[in-house]
Design a protein around this ligand. Structure first.
Ligand SMILES: Nc1ncnc2c1ncn2[C@@H]1O[C@H](COP(=O)(O)OP(=O)(O)OP(=O)(O)O)[C@@H](O)[C@H]1O
Length: 435
């Protein structure tokens, strides 16, 4: 009897032991799985981005990749490279491909195709073997230091996708060289359109569209990107125009180590200082506090708006000119006196006064009194919607006279039909702001 109870006791003990072992094994496997899940979601959460300013907080899907980007989605959702450059490897988190220096040398005819010169190095036009044209920006450095930081900045920049930003499509970080590859903007920068005689004057219509494009790009950086990005160097040479004259912002800050690549030596109030940004566009608040905020971008944007209105360089007394005009009109109406003479008066005065008083609010010395980029987008969208409605209305009236062309105003006639058509479509299809 005693023996029987001993056997039963041992059997129960063994069964319990086996059961415990099975439960422990299951628990271990489950824990491992949940850890894998967590680590990938953590990785994903490290650099979230909201698509086109929408407050979704989601990771960009492959569908948001710019059509001009050489990065395409593979079957497994991982990016792969279209033919052209040889790919060294792919930074999978951003999908930005790395190119070899040799490939870039070939594509730029040994760096002879210079198209621009920034404070931090030259920009070359490059031709891929597929026929795609890109812009290659060589950042001035001969040090291997900062390669990791450069790659992490590339990852961050590579996640920014918006139709009003010049998208990064590749990079090279070989042998201490830091090279960025961007979509090529065939119509060059806004400054050259405003100041070079070999470009015809930009119509008023187009200037307002460009203002809205830039505002949308900045709104995305401030409210759409996570973490939010302050541009720090808004100016007309950092606004590039594509084939359809759609404006895109370039020149985001690159941080290498503890300094920003965009630091420059400028003369401010007669003293040489290391600053970010460009003289003429600099927020006075930044000059005194050395702290950049979103409202510093708003200030520079306001200067850019006045530059579009007056066709004058901010480094040559634009704001003094504006302040003089504002003395007479209290910043509200009567801005006609500062309008670019190249427009020959061909503009809508109501639109002018609305845009100029918006610009005047942006350059308020008190950052808190300046509007946010999202407010600016709303005001400009409303102006363009109104314009569109008015023209539509006039066209339908004049259709009855059998001569639509007589109804065109002078500024419309100055804009090529294809350009006007593309731009008007863009108002219809992208105006999501309800006003
Ligand atoms: N993607 C591009 N497509 C076409 N042209 C470009 C492109 N990127 C730059 N450029 C040309 O090269 C010029 C210099 O560009 P870059 O961004 O290096 O300097 P920047 O911002 O104008 O000056 P800084 O470095 O002083 O701020 C631009 O103004 C533009 O004319």
């Amino acid at each position: 009897m005693k023996e029987d109870s001993l056997i039963i006791g041992i059997s129960i003990g063994v069964v319990i032991g086996v059961l415990l072992a099975i439960v422990t094994l299951i628990c271990l496997r489950y824990h491992k799985h949940s850890q894998i899940g967590n680590s990938s979601s953590r990785r994903a959460a490290a650099l979230p981005i909201r698509a086109n300013g929408a407050d979704s907080g989601m990771i960009l899907s492959d569908s948001t990749i710019d059509p001009e980007s050489p990065v395409k989605a593979g079957r497994n959702g991982m990016p792969f490279q279209i033919e052209g450059f040889k790919r060294n490897n792919v930074v999978s988190a951003s999908g930005i491909p790395e190119y070899s220096f040799k490939d870039l040398q070939k594509a730029t005819c040994n760096f002879t195709t210079l198209i621009g010169q920034g404070a931090f190095g030259p920009v070359y036009k490059a031709q891929m073997t597929t026929g795609q044209t890109v812009a290659v920006k060589v950042l001035a450095t001969d040090s291997k230091q900062g390669e990791k930081e450069f790659q992490s900045e590339v990852m961050l920049l590579g996640r920014l996708h918006h139709r009003n930003l010049v998208n990064l499509v590749g990079y090279c970080a070989e042998k201490g060289r830091n090279i960025l590859i961007y979509v090529y903007m065939s119509k060059g920068n806004l400054a050259s359109h405003l100041y070079c005689e070999n470009h015809g004057p930009l119509s008023w219509d187009l200037r307002v569209h460009i203002a809205l494009d830039v505002a949308r790009g900045l709104e995305y950086l401030h409210d759409g990107a996570v973490p939010s990005i302050i541009h720090r160097d808004i100016k007309s040479s950092n606004i590039l125009l594509d084939d359809s004259m759609i404006a895109r912002v370039i020149g985001f800050p690159i941080r290498i180590g503890c300094r920003f690549w965009t630091f420059k030596r400028e003369i401010v109030d007669g003293h040489a200082v290391n600053i970010q940004g460009t003289f003429g566009y600099l927020d006075p608040e930044y000059i005194s506090t050395r702290t950049f905020t979103n409202k510093s971008d708003v200030y520079s944007y306001g200067v850019l708006l006045f530059e579009l209105i007056a066709g004058r360089n901010p480094q040559q007394g634009l704001l003094e000119y504006v302040e003089l005009a504002a003395l007479n009109n209290e910043g509200k109406v009567g801005w006609e006196e500062i309008v670019d003479a190249r427009l020959e008066g061909k503009l809508d005065v109501r639109e002018l006064n609305e845009v100029a008083s918006l610009a005047y609010k942006c350059i308020n010395r008190g950052p808190r009194k300046r509007p946010a980029m999202r407010d600016i987008v709303q005001v400009l969208s409303r102006i363009l919607k109104l314009r569109h409605k008015k023209r539509h209305h006039r066209k339908s009236l004049s259709a009855t006279t059998d001569d639509v062309s007589l109804d065109m105003d002078a500024s419309e006639m100055r804009t090529p039909v294809s350009e006007r058509h593309q731009r008007e479509e863009s108002v219809d299809s992208t105006d999501t702001c309800e006003v």
